[in-house]
Design a protein. Structure first.
Length: 557
């Protein structure tokens, strides 16, 4: 028994780093999946769900925001066919797996250069990189994560320096490029590696970079050149500043010094000190080990290419400190730092201080991660409300009806058009609120659903001069302050509202909302007749009408 205990203790001591890494991976997975619970599809994901469902060349090869997205589209189609569209959780599971594998590869890369404990710190910082919440909590960023994962795998394969691993590096690079155009950064790193070893191995290794780049070039000639480009002379000229800001923002996020406001990462005041710290790190590495590792230059080339390409394609919303750029930027910083310090062995106190800093940074970075999740939670509520309204109005909604920001209450549903969305729902199920869920949703969500529903049906209001009263059931609505306290129940059909002579009136309408009237028509002239036409839909819940006027109104249904 004592021998078994001693053996277990010895194994634990020998593999302590791997045990802690396993715990960190498990904690990160549990955290990310718990934060993802209840979230639905967001922004660009709708383009894949609605417009790229078919098994066609266009679906897979058409660029998205200048990026190749072959593999992300393939993943999306596979998940749709396996799990449908009722829940986004399968996407989050795939994203989480890719994030965990990327952290493990970064751990391996750093361990080869500076040892296991610094490698563990690097992995922990990447696993809990809260300022990069758009990547950690938005499955659409599988493209960036996949490119980073297989790019790091390529760098690890190139470390081996033999033919078998060169072939693996070629395959990894091709996959990295298939996820997104971020793979171009790693392709440049592969070119640098081939050039570095040309004297000892010649150019017979050129295929490592050439084959993937030729595949990418074929895609670009066939489809990629049609993508909207933001390349400009101004962007090229100011790109060095963009690169510096990207470098600072990435280090900033690793050390939990960034701030977050809504969906954007704020600028840091730590820019100059952090740049000074990076220079000091370089000097320290040179003092401890004067010769730079040749493996540094492929990584530096990849990192520089990443930031320069991002700078070349800049437009408002793509700032260097944007959340979606921080993940790849932080990974590059960790890889470069590992190569700068290659061969340096840290003492116990240095490891202790570094470990405390890593744990503290990971803990502080939970705040922007939670705030990012709160933002996505608010967007999820709006999304489910808006889509529920489209489904309720499916009998009469125009197939070209779109969720513009003015109607949807958010700019993140611009890719949704009613016809294609309803077709997707028929094939794969609905992520929207059901009518019962909508009726019990928060008031703000119900109000938003009323706005979309009125535009989707659509509800029509037409005011004209006083005409002949229609036969039917009529109700007299008294004027004055008390008129606002008597909403009328309306069913689908045409309602006639006659105002006697007097001042202007206001007509208010709601359906799922209970405390406010989100649909308001002001300035109805006295002595006029207004026809309110409400098409029938799939829900029996009545509408509520309120007429506010100083004079009497007659409502006939």
């Amino acid at each position: 028994m004592d021998a078994n205990v001693a053996g277990a203790k010895g194994w634990l001591k020998q593999n302590a780093v791997l045990v802690v890494l396993g715990l960190a991976l498990a904690a990160s997975a549990a955290l990310l999946l718990s934060l993802a619970s209840g979230l639905t599809f967001f922004q660009d994901t709708w383009d894949f769900l609605i417009n790229r469902r078919g098994f066609t060349a266009r679906a897979f090869l058409e660029p998205h925001s200048e990026h190749i997205v072959v593999i992300p589209v393939a993943i999306e189609q596979l998940l749709l066919r396996l799990f449908g569209m009722t829940s986004a959780m399968p996407e989050f599971v795939v994203l989480t797996i890719l994030l965990l594998v990327t952290a493990v590869l970064v751990f391996v890369y750093v361990r080869r250069r500076v040892g296991p404990w610094p490698a563990l710190m690097a992995a922990v910082l990447l696993l809990f990189l809260g300022p990069a919440w758009q990547v950690l909590l938005w499955p659409f960023e599988i493209g960036f994560v996949g490119s980073t994962l297989f790019g790091v795998a390529m760098l690890l394969a190139l470390d081996r320096g033999d033919r078998r691993w060169d072939i693996a590096a070629c395959v990894f690079l091709a996959i990295s490029l298939g996820f997104s155009s971020l793979g171009l950064a790693f392709a440049v790193g592969a070119v640098v590696d081939v050039f570095q070893r040309r004297r000892s191995q010649g150019l017979r290794r050129a295929y490592v970079a050439a084959v993937p780049l030729l595949l990418y070039a074929a895609w670009y000639v066939g489809w990629g050149h049609d993508a909207e480009s933001h390349l400009s002379l101004h962007n090229v000229l100011v790109s060095p500043r963009f690169v510096a800001e990207g470098l600072v923002a990435s280090v900033d996020s690793l050390l939990a010094l960034s701030t977050i406001a809504g969906e954007a990462i704020g600028r840091s005041v730590w820019g100059i000190p952090l740049l000074a710290a990076l220079i000091a790190l370089l000097i320290y590495g040179q003092v401890r080990k004067p010769s730079l590792s040749p493996r540094l230059w492929p990584v530096v080339a990849s990192a520089a290419t990443f930031w320069f390409l991002a700078g070349f394609s800049y437009f408002p919303g793509r700032e260097a400190y944007s959340s979606r750029y921080l993940y790849a930027g932080a990974a590059f910083v960790l890889l470069v730092a590992a190569d700068l310090l290659k061969g340096v062995r840290f003492g116990r106190w240095a490891l202790l201080v570094g470990g405390l800093i890593a744990v503290a940074a990971a803990a502080f970075n939970l705040t922007p991660l939670r705030e990012g999740r709160d933002f996505l939670k608010r967007e999820t509520a709006l999304t489910r409300s808006d889509l529920a309204a489209i489904e309720i109005a499916h009998r009469t909604v125009d197939p070209a009806f779109g969720l513009t920001p003015e109607i949807a209450g958010t700019s993140y549903l611009a890719n949704v058009q009613a016809g294609e969305y309803l077709t997707a729902v028929g094939e794969y199920g609905s992520p929207a609120y059901s009518p019962a869920e909508l009726a019990n949703a928060p008031e703000a969500d119900r109000q938003q659903a009323d706005v979309v529903l009125a535009h989707a049906l659509p509800v029509e209001i037409e005011t004209s001069g006083k005409g002949k009263p229609r036969r039917g059931k009529c109700v007299s609505v008294p004027g004055g302050a008390g008129s606002s306290a008597a909403p009328l129940r309306l069913r689908p059909g045409t309602t006639r509202i006659e105002l006697v002579a007097g001042g202007p009136a206001t007509i208010r309408l709601r359906r799922f909302a209970v405390s406010e009237y989100p649909l308001v028509t002001k300035g109805i002239p006295g002595g006029s007749t207004t026809r309110l036409r409400i098409p029938s839909d799939s829900v029996v819940r009545p509408w509520r009408l309120q007429v506010e006027a100083a004079q009497k109104a007659i409502v006939c249904r």
